[in-house]
Design a protein around this ligand. Sequence first.
Ligand SMILES: NC(=O)c1ccc[n+]([C@@H]2O[C@H](COP(=O)([O-])OP(=O)(O)OC[C@H]3O[C@@H](n4cnc5c(N)ncnc54)[C@H](OP(=O)(O)O)[C@@H]3O)[C@@H](O)[C@H]2O)c1
Length: 283
Amino acid sequence: MSAPASSLPTVRLPSGERVPALGQGTWRMGERRDRRAQEVAALVRGLEAGLSLIDTAEMYGEGGAEEVVAEALAGRRDRAFLVSKVYPHNAGRRSAPAACERSLKRLRTDRIDLYLLHWRGDIPIEETVRALEGLVSAGKIRHWGVSNLDAADLREVFQAGGEACATDQILYNLVRRGPEWDLIPWCRERSIPVMAYSPVEQGALARDPRLAAMAERLGTTAAGIALAWLLRQGDTMVIPKVSRPEHVDDNRAALDITLSADDLNELDRLFPPPKGPRPLEML
Ligand SMILES: NC(=O)c1ccc[n+]([C@@H]2O[C@H](COP(=O)([O-])OP(=O)(O)OC[C@H]3O[C@@H](n4cnc5c(N)ncnc54)[C@H](OP(=O)(O)O)[C@@H]3O)[C@@H](O)[C@H]2O)c1
């Protein structure tokens, strides 16, 4: 029997607010009309299972994914923690408020819970930090953060007065462990949780024969192990994307997997941690 949604694991943001550790991604959603009903159904099933952190972006389906999210959240907006992202070229003093308004309209809501700079572009970090802080003051967003920024970039964010940065959403999973070398320790020292995107390496880890063998022994799925490995850290939000409803149940079940010290050693052997700094990878 699954735990009720209210008792599912959470992660603490620097503000002290707690948000669901396991959520749902939406990349590639909202691109095709004929898939919309299935995408909405998958998100609703995830919400009903307690996976109430939803990650989207103005980029996904050029706004289409935000519209899919709006449909899934109709009548249940208050039960979700909504994350969206602004294009780097829209992250300026005037362009960020305008982009945010467009996202709010597509999302059919009056506030975004967490608004992220999608990746670093040409607009100076300081201008972006000020624009995002302005959106918090205006009540349009509740928190802001960044995505695809490495440790040096984050230092710049802090130097620009961005100590309120709530997260860095990064490519992080068993085959992308580079952030463990410097980025995650830097964030951990400042109590900034990271948000792991592509946690099952876009489906590849769900098909990985090494994980499948371990999953058989533990009575679970390969995807479940990949997610449980991230979730065990307690300060990592994890946002797998699912379009097939049965995958929602597998992913929800990851919250019930406890990996032993032996399992973790085995995973380190199969998917070794970094032995030095590596450039931050992104998809
Ligand atoms: N900030 C950024 O730059 C950035 C970049 C990439 C992604 N993201 C965010 O992170 C989210 C997740 O990343 P992602 O979509 O790239 O990849 P992902 O979540 O690692 O993988 C999604 C794929 O894995 C499959 N899958 C999920 N759970 C499964 C399970 N239990 N068993 C078998 N297959 C499973 C899905 O299949 P089905 O669809 O068939 O169910 C889908 O094909 C995105 O949707 C997006 O919100 C952010």
